[in-house]
Design a binder for this molecule. Structure first.
Ligand code: ZN
Length: 82
């Protein structure tokens, strides 16, 4: 049996969660900051960062930080649509 998380050291639950999280990010997936609850909506882009509408979260620049609290992209989680 192969385990896709073999390369993650035991105990690194945060890395495991990150990977599961990333696997769920699609081109139109909304992402929510877990610190301040600011939401990135790919349909709207982000004015603060000059991100044009239609930009997937995964295409955001590496230096992108949350306009609400200044934390980086790792602070974002997939927002489940109600
Ligand atoms: Zn934030």
């Amino acid at each position: 049996m192969t385990n896709p998380f073999d390369d993650i050291p035991p105990g690194r639950v945060d890395q495991l969660l990150d990977r599961l999280n990333e696997a769920r990010i699609g081109p139109d997936t909304k992402m929510q900051c877990k610190v301040c609850w600011w939401v990135y909506d790919p349909e709207e882009g982000c004015e603060e960062w000059d991100i044009p509408p239609g930009t997937p979260f995964t295409e955001l620049p590496e230096h992108f930080t949350c306009p609400g609290c200044g934390n980086d992209k790792t602070s974002f989680l997939v927002k489940d649509d109600e």
